[in-house]
Design a protein around this ligand. Structure first.
Ligand code: GMT
Length: 392
């Protein structure tokens, strides 16, 4: 199949899911065309089946806001025609789903029907998408998609309860490449960071408000009072300065290290004893899954789909959002009990195996076949030569 993938070229979240999905599809012989405004970070190698099409937006003094959505729709039209795409798969509804709708309508005028699948990832539904400035467009473009998937049951339910959705939403959970995310022997690094045998806690994210990183610092400060420990913060984002201030206020700044946007997250995860994820909203929690694949138990909030990944009392512990006392108590329980810690490490890996890319990729392929099978397509060459004819 020839598949167009539209995503944000981000270090985490939907961008990573889209990129890893495209790579996996290419590895089993599909031709994958990424369409986005810059090269996704995990797309830094050559593959005969992977193509990258950059969206550039012409600037003009009139434009206070650059019309990215129009440029993206135009690029989707161009790539669909010239590469003869069978399918467009957009990740994160805003503005990708509505741009895809526009592209689809333009292609229809050229006698080409290309099905569009929208994958909902999280804040496009639970936060930004609900805003009245986006809601009508999000609802419309989800309903107009030929197929819609959500990354967790929780996100599917949130979508039905927040928007008037008429179509079926298929849950296809996020996944992990277990060949990449596995515990690596990095004892020398651990010794450098924790020279006196301290425990190592870790968090990775985009440092947005929704992650409640202040709770992570509070939990860490409480843990540290009882168990000598260090905290690694991987990633970067708007809350960075506020977090640094809080670290100083709580007197833990010397034991907290900011590592920035690491490409090799699995190396840092391999050193850790515990992963913290205190989010207010989290449709899935891919970062927790990455930690679990590296045998790191998770202390988390119960936001959204996290409980579909982190199982309370098995792979870690789950607390109410904001309950830092309970989170600290649970963290201390794991870190001070080697038998419990070892069992949870093992359970975390076993649970991560359920989300192996090798298990999830066929679900996407089957869904693609279903959606493409429901559509008719390409092309009436005479219509391609004559743009004015309309095929219904
Ligand atoms: O807001 C973010 O954290 C980024 C966002 C994204 O779309 O890039 O992440 C969402 O998608 C991830 C991949 O499907 C999920 O693992 C995250 O849980 C989800 N984030 C939120 O729901 C806050």
């Amino acid at each position: 199949m020839k598949i167009g993938i539209i995503c944000y070229p981000t270090y985490g979240g939907s961008g990573v899911v889209a990129t890893e999905l495209g790579k996996a599809l290419a590895s089993v012989g599909h031709e994958v065309h990424f369409i986005t405004y810059t090269q996704p970070p995990r797309l830094d190698f050559f593959s005969e089946n992977i193509f990258y099409h950059e969206v550039s937006v012409a600037s003009y003094p009139l434009f206070e806001y650059l019309p990215y959505e129009s440029a993206l729709a135009s690029k989707m039209v161009d790539v669909t025609i010239n590469e003869q795409l069978d399918l467009i798969h957009v990740h994160y509804a805003i503005p990708h789903a509505s741009a895809a709708y526009l592209a689809k309508q333009i292609l229809k005028y050229k006698g080409i029907h290309v099905p569009v699948i929208t994958t909902l990832h999280g804040t496009d539904i639970t936060l930004v998408g609900r805003d009245p400035s986006f809601e009508p467009v999000v609802t419309f473009s989800i309903n107009e998609s030929d197929g819609v998937t959500a990354v967790s049951e929780s996100l599917k339910n949130d979508t039905y309860s927040s928007f008037e959705i008429l179509s079926n939403i298929e849950v296809i959970p996020n996944f992990i490449d277990l060949e990449r995310f596995k515990k690596q022997p990095k004892e020398h690094f651990k010794l450098a960071i924790c020279p006196h045998g301290e425990k190592l806690l870790i968090h990775t994210s985009n440092f947005r408000k929704v992650k409640r990183i202040e709770d992570i610092i509070q939990v860490f400060a409480k843990v540290q009072k009882q168990i000598p420990s260090k905290l690694l913060l991987v990633g970067d984002g708007p809350e960075r300065t506020a977090i640094e201030v809080l670290c100083r206020e709580l007197g833990v700044q010397a034991d907290v290290r900011f590592l920035g946007k690491l490409d090799t997250i699995e190396e840092a995860l391999s050193l850790a004893d515990l992963f913290l994820l205190t989010s207010e909203k989290e449709s899935f929690g891919l970062s927790a899954l990455e930690a679990m694949a590296c045998e790191v138990p998770v202390i988390s909030s119960n936001a959204g789909g996290i409980t579909e990944v982190n199982i309370h009392g098995e792979t870690g512990f789950v607390s109410e959002i904001g309950d830092v006392e309970d989170m600290a108590k649970n963290a201390i329980a794991i870190l001070s009990d080697p038998v419990l810690h070892a069992a949870m490490k093992k359970n975390a890996l076993e649970r991560a195996k359920l989300f192996d890319i090798k298990k999830i990729l066929p679900l996407y392929e089957k869904y693609y076949e279903k959606i493409v099978g429901q559509s008719w397509r390409f092309p009436n060459p005479s219509l391609l030569e004559n743009d004015t004819e309309i095929e219904d």
